[in-house]
Design a protein around this ligand. Sequence first.
Ligand code: FE2
Length: 668
Amino acid sequence: MAEYTLKVTTGDMKYAGTMDHLYVILCGTEGKSERTKLDNLMIHFQSGKTRTYSVKTKSSLGKLLIVKVEKDPRFGLPEDEWFCSRIVVTTQNGEEVVFPCYRWISRGEKVELRGGKAMKVFEDVHPLQIEHREDELRLRKSLYQWEMGDGKLLQLSQFRAISELPAEIRFSASKSEEMSFKKRIIGYELMFKRLVGSKKQWKNLKDMKKFFQTKKTTMSEYVSKHWDEDDFFGFQYLNGPNPNVIKLCKKLPSNFPVEEMVRDFLPRGSTLEMEMEKGNIFLVDQKIMDGIPTRMDDGRACFISSGFCLFYMNPDKKLVPLAIQLRQQHSEQNPIFLPDDPLTDWVLAKLFFNSSDLVLYQAVYHLMKTHYLAEVFTVATLRCFPSIHPLYKLLFPHFRYTLHINILAREFLLGPGGAMSQSSCGVDGLMELMRRAQSDMTYSSLCLPENIKARGLNSVPDFYYRDDGLKLWSHINSYVKSMVEYFYPSDSVVCDDTELQEWIHEIFTHGFLENKLAGFPASFGTVAEVIKFITMVIFIVSVQHAAVNNGQFDYHGWTPNGSLLLHTSPPTIKGLSSMGTFLEALPNEGETVNFAASAFVLSSKYTDKVPLGEYPEELFDESDPKRMIKEFQAELSYLKEEIKARNTRLKVPYTYLSPDEIENSVSI
Ligand code: FE2
């Protein structure tokens, strides 16, 4: 006779409890228990509660390996999903084995939990372990499949609707309620009832400002006051939501002949060549936008800038625009705009340039290079690593809610009437843009230290995205290094882990479309390669996403600073524009409300967010990984204080990469 004590913990989120009947079977190396009912007097499995049970067997089960959990309905009651956090089993000898679960369980689902230490494929030797591992992966591969694409853009999961998502990866009930996309967008819009669907043009910017009085942030208010200042225009390309496109300029593009035109804006005696030599000249080149199909608007194709903006880091350490050209080909109909042009010409040039940058940033740097890449990493992880694998335990918390939010984005942002589909490019243009970005994407561009170096931005002053981002990269890298070296003491262990090799191969095939020339690995030969790749994965889904996501409303709630849609084309002759020309270009009242509502919902904070480095789900049973997590958290905590102190000294604080503002995963 043997007796096992079970401590069963229900999650502490809303609706985590269940009134259904629950059963367990304990499986060990020497046998298994009877299917044992866990008494549930309706109140036993309430949110946040731990209940203790006992399971008796005729003899010892040997080393405990698996706990099988089943949930059956109570007569006549509707489905009542249960969120089981974990089951801790104590044997007669006092040995404790933790079986992490941390997932929703529906009726009829047979959930089998592996307990104890993390195990790689070749470490599982007992037939029960091997069988369980194979069964879990077989099931996952049938549940999570790649949607075949056109071969030019990374592949996503096959899910089309939230209802198709397995319970284990859906939003919690509280997050769903809080963030019911459509409801929130409609709720926001209703505050401006008069404006919803209004096709009226804005009469003046004062009216627009009134509209923003009820929904604003400190930063959105700052933007609405300073949007037309040149040094703020430049500041955004370093510390706004798209710090990804600016580069040091050492040679002017031949189709942007501004050398003589900008001399007056440089210190007396200096030339553009001299300033380029000193490293003070920067460029944003929108070549990727050239020839992108645009949406029809009132019978005319929308205009989207595909030009250049040249910037100068002036002696006051302010980055200011020197010249803007809105198309690639220089011609008389495509003038180069300068800061001393008539005011509305210059303001219009900045509006058209910024608006194109906004479309590019939302489609490529936000949607594709964080949300969609995160989906690739999520699907590959679910398909290739069983939950007992150390890298599943390391990575899975960084994919929380990603598939769910991406399905919502496809439905509500890219779907009919969504903010992205209403943009100047429309869905077809955005897809083409992403295809071009995919073919340009390199492994090094996804790794921040190499990215910054390649763009020549290492010594630019007051570049807080870079400063905070590089520190975060370094902390993530140290954490990943300690974890990976603990589980992979030598390169040969990396080579022997067939699941790890399959994981990187799936990412290489479905995410990077086998683009070896771009430096993406198809397999891993060394521990160092694994560390670098996993650092990149965690950085992209947490830090990089926060950098491009969190400032959406701050910077783009106020459409004069850049809009997804503009109704007119830029002036081809200087000196003819007026404030009326500027207002005509802006989205109408109804469109402004739609764009602002979407940006607001997507930049909002939700109560069940998990900040970077927090792991409320204790997936590791070993003491070393637990210690490494604590060390990582301590580093992030110091950095948070450092950033807070720095921000008190800044006129415009950069908060997007404070560790407490970064989520562990792409979940919004
Ligand atoms: Fe996002």
